[in-house]
Design a binder for this molecule. Structure first.
Ligand SMILES: C[S@@+](CC[C@H](N)C(=O)[O-])C[C@H]1O[C@@H](n2cnc3c(N)ncnc32)[C@H](O)[C@@H]1O
Length: 287
């Protein structure tokens, strides 16, 4: 989450913003464009101290130092799912929405040469970037595949662990994503996600904004809906490990990157406790 959108030049309080018209393909198209641009520009929130996310707060210094700089440069997560994934040498891991590969590369180190990590992402520029980083840094136990997490390009039952960092909120069909995560996990396999969850109703103009969706704000659903979709998919032992609720300052600073802060509707509005970053684990039952 919380990748800063490229600021458009000039100030305009009346600028029309794209609306969420709710076709799944339209949403995925906007999301793909957003992250395609990030892959090309490499302007991650990781380098922005005042941002409400960022590698500094999400990953340990040791982890940051162990990671390829090119992956850090496009990191756009809202947590660190590898910290709750219980990864062990030899495991097979699937990273849903792997982006520049930050969590895939961390996982690759943890599962070692006998393990394997699949990174799945629908944005070609991200896949190309992650593959290039893997090649240039000699990380051999990762494989990046182009595809939608609603239709994971992997056989059933291949994974010991499925991780995801700030991606499922972006999907227009979260139920289908959890169904697919369940399918690719081995019986007894673990799901470990960091994601944005809605705490209370968003102002309409944010909720309907496609840029806000691409930036992991307006696609977020409530904990009840999120956990409900996991349960419907068949997951058990669902546990909210922790959650960080965004303050007014964090969210309004973030929205400033879209010039929302200049919009009259938002002036004086309290933006605290609208969304939070959650870390959730679950298990695919053995039978
Ligand atoms: C917020 S970024 C997070 C990237 C990475 N997990 C990280 O922590 O840096 C979201 C990523 O998910 C990908 N993505 C979003 N929706 C997707 C979908 N439906 N299928 C596959 N990838 C998707 C985007 O292309 C983007 O690379």
């Amino acid at each position: 989450m919380m990748t800063k959108a490229t600021k458009k030049s000039g100030k305009s309080t009346k600028r029309e913003v794209p609306k969420v018209e709710s076709s799944g393909d339209e949403i995925r198209g906007a999301v793909r464009e957003h992250y395609g641009n990030l892959a090309k520009t490499g302007s991650s929130c990781c380098s922005t101290k005042e941002s409400s996310c960022g590698c500094g707060g999400l990953y340990s210094q040791t982890e940051i130092l162990s990671l390829p700089q090119d992956a850090i440069a496009v990191s756009a997560g809202c947590g660190n799912p590898t910290a709750i994934a219980s990864l062990k040498p030899g495991m097979v891991v699937v990273d849903l929405g792997s982006g520049g590969g930050i969590d895939a590369f961390l996982s690759a180190r943890k599962v070692g040469p006998k393990g394997l990590v699949y990174g799945i992402d629908m944005t070609p520029e991200m896949i190309h970037r992650a593959r290039k980083t893997a090649r240039e840094t000699g990380i051999e136990n990762v494989e990046f595949r182009l595809g939608e997490i609603e239709h994971i390009p992997l056989d059933a039952g291949v994974a010991d662990v499925v991780i995801s960092n700030c991606v499922i909120n972006l999907s227009p069909d979260k139920q289908q994503v959890f169904k697919e995560a369940f399918r690719v996990l081995k019986p007894g396999g673990r799901l470990a996600v960091s994601d944005i969850v809605l705490i209370s109703e968003l102002p309409e103009d944010i909720r309907e904004n496609l840029t806000a969706w691409s930036s992991c704000v307006s696609g977020a659903v409530s904990e009840k809906e999120y956990v409900g979709a996991m349960k419907n998919a068949g997951f058990e032992q669902i546990k909210v490990e922790d959650r960080v609720v965004y303050t007014h300052e964090q969210l309004s600073d973030y929205l400033k990157s879209y010039e929302y802060a200049d919009r009259p509707e938002l002036r004086g509005r309290n933006l605290s406790e609208l969304i939070a970053s959650y870390r959730i684990t679950a298990v695919r039952p053995r039978k």
